[in-house]
Design a protein. Sequence first.
Lengths: 68, 176
Amino acid sequence: MNATRTNKVEALDIAAPDPKAVEAIGRALEAHYASLVQAPLPDKFVELLARLERDRASQTRGRRDALG
Amino acid sequence: MPSASFKDELLAEIRNLRAFAISLSGSVSLADDLVQESLLRAWSNSEKFQPGTSLRAWLFTILRNIYYSNYRKRSREVQDSGGLYARRLIVPGDQESHLDLEDFRQAMTKLPAEQREVLTLIGASGLSYEEAAVVCQVGIGTIKSRLSRARAKLVELLELDDASQPPVERKVRRAG
């Protein structure tokens, strides 16, 4: 990239980066995100959904009983 | 009323939801509160979810709304994601060019939140431009522009631009 081109890109505010750089960023982003997705998950979320489902089931039973 | 399969679908999205929450807030404990609240809200509003659309995008929208309404201030005070970002979690073995992940994470924290979230949604969470636009409540043009700015800023922060010497190899290590 020569100096004239560089100036023009800067003037556009949003530069068009080197495709290799964009690719490297893309890979780093995926690796970073994968480490978050794979991080140990607290039990409380699974427990919360199980509790919500139990509550719903007992509510449904309660309504059926009330209707006779 | 949520069905049993809705619960299973939520279960399948928890890890992605939490990853997005950590990216957004920079804090694991805040992220966990956000995920908890989002799951509760999703459960009680399950009839508002349109089958056939992306559950992930719907959950991200809920979580993002909660974050910007209630948590954003707190997240600036609490940055406790350091433990998760331990180097042992770095995915090893890629023989192609790659950045030092710790450098990358530092650079990500320097992006404006609106750019970081778009980069995460499109580049990592697998959302389409259209879905990211719905999640962020802006037009697709704005999504594309934020994505370009985010990439350009990271190139600058990580000194990946060709204009400076020495070139890319300084930060991008190649095997062999």
